[in-house]
Every structure is written in C-alpha cells, then in structure tokens.
Design a protein around this ligand. Structure first.
Ligand SMILES: [Zn+2]
Length: 264
C-alpha cells in the first residue's frame, strides 16, 4: 500500500467528512501520531479518537497508571527515570501490550507518544500483526503514521511563549493566547511564570533529542509506504481537517483492497 504523502492544509481540501464508523472492519490496526513536542499531536490524536470513536492510547497515561499502581513494569520504568535514563524499549512495549490486551477493542488504535524508537515501531508492527492473526475475526492492515511537520522557529515560539499563572493555574501563550497585560494573569493579577523546561535552551535540547530518536521511526514508515505527512504550521482546525482528509483516503484505499480481495 502506498498512501499519498504531503497533504497541505488548504481550505479547498476541507470538505464535510462523514465520521468513520468504529465498527468498520477494515482499515489500519493503529494510527500513530508523530511530531516534535509542541506540534499538537496529543490534541489531534484525541480529536481523531473522539470523532471516529476509536480507542485513544496516550503512552504518558499508560505510564503514569503503571507507576501509580506499582506494577512490575511501573517499578522498572520509575527506576530508570530516577536514574535519568530512558525507559528500556521492552518495558515500554510490555506496558503497551498489557494495555492493548486489557482494552480488548477491535477498533483502530490511536497511539500518541509511541513508537519513540525504531525498535518500538518494529515491535508494534509485529505485535499487531500476530494479534490480528490470532484473535480478530476481521484482520486489520499494518499501522499508519501521521507525521505533523512544523518548523523549528514556529515551535520555539509556541513552546518558549508558554506561561502559566502560579496562583490559578491558567495557561497562556504570549504569541497565540496572550494575557491582556504582558506577563500578568487576567484574573488575579499574579505575575505569570514560565516552566523551567520551556526555556529556549531546554526546548532546543528537547527538540534535538526528539529528532535523534524519532527520525529513524519516520523513515521506517516512509520506506514502508505508510507515512502521511501533514503541514502543522496552521490552526488546530485546519490541521485537523487535513488529517481527516488523509485518513479518509487511507480507509477508502483499504476498503477497496478488502472488497477486491473478497471479490465484491
Ligand atoms: Zn491567575
């Protein structure tokens, strides 16, 4: 399967889209969201999951649940994080495997925050393939990746412009959602604060680490013809519409393939 890459956000491309039905028995086993921190992939992943009624899995949430419940995998990952190390692939994959099995859903999984390494991407393909082979009445296709592309300058503006009110917790962005008075909360007049990990140098470091880890993941999906690239330097709604157009084409293609296979 080769899907059309590079879908630009253009109003001409935006049309009314009927939400796909979760009961559709064709389509990819998972849609994974890729993109640098600040690209809005969490927001977009939740949109897609809600709109199409597919199960949404945020790896961050799965992580926190395991750590809070003190499961064996949770304790292992907490130990790695305490030592400032990356959580090993087998621990991350183990948590995800348990979570997916507990979900028991045959719908297309919406993954956000996974895979973060080439090994994880390969593991996901293998796991979903054996899973659909074993237990699913309707086997699904291999996962598809949606990569939200956004320029570094734009990301720096987004991330370094974030502020929060230490008193009421409201969030602002100096560029996109500025307070009425510079650096002052609209509600209680408290001076806004920046999270230490939103400073420009820390953001640059985070983006670099992200690129190092996930470029091989992007390349993997590209080589397999399963990468959908979306221009992310636009409003949330425009990006959302571009993603919907891209996903519709993937589902339409796979439905066509299924029908051909069934001789319909
Ligand atoms: Zn406030």
């Amino acid at each position: 399967m080769t899907i059309e890459t590079k879908i630009l956000c253009s109003n001409r491309a935006v049309r009314h889209l009927e939400p796909l039905n979760a009961r559709h028995t064709f389509g990819p086993a998972a849609v994974v969201f890729l993109g640098p921190p600040g690209a809005g992939k969490g927001t977009q992943a939740r949109h897609v999951a809600n709109e199409y009624r597919f199960p949404h899995i945020s790896t961050g949430d799965v992580f926190r649940t395991h750590v809070a419940k003190k499961t064996a995998l949770g304790l292992q990952s907490a130990a790695s994080m305490r030592r400032g190390m990356l959580v090993p692939d087998e621990v991350v994959c183990g948590m995800l495997m348990e979570h997916i099995r507990d979900l028991g859903s045959t719908g297309c999984l919406i993954l956000d925050g996974f895979p973060r390494s080439l090994a994880q991407a390969k593991w996901l393909d293998h796991f979903l393939h054996t899973r659909t082979g074993e237990s699913h009445e309707f086997p699904r296709e291999a996962p598809v990746a949606i990569q939200i592309n956004i320029g570094r300058d734009q990301l720096l503006r987004r991330l370094a412009g974030r502020r929060s009110c230490p008193s009421c917790g409201r969030l602002y962005n100096l560029h996109f959602q500025p307070p009425r008075n510079p650096e002052i909360c609209d509600y209680q007049g408290a001076e806004l604060a920046m999270r230490p990990d939103d400073s420009e140098s820390v953001v640059c470091e985070r983006l670099m680490v992200h690129d190092q880890n996930t470029l091989p993941v992007t390349e993997y999906y590209r080589r397999k013809g399963r990468l959908l690239e979306i221009e992310g330097n636009d409003t949330v709604n425009a990006v959302r519409a571009a993603i919907a157009v891209g996903l519709e084409s993937v589902f339409a293609m796979q439905q066509h393939k299924r029908h051909r296979g069934l001789g319909i």
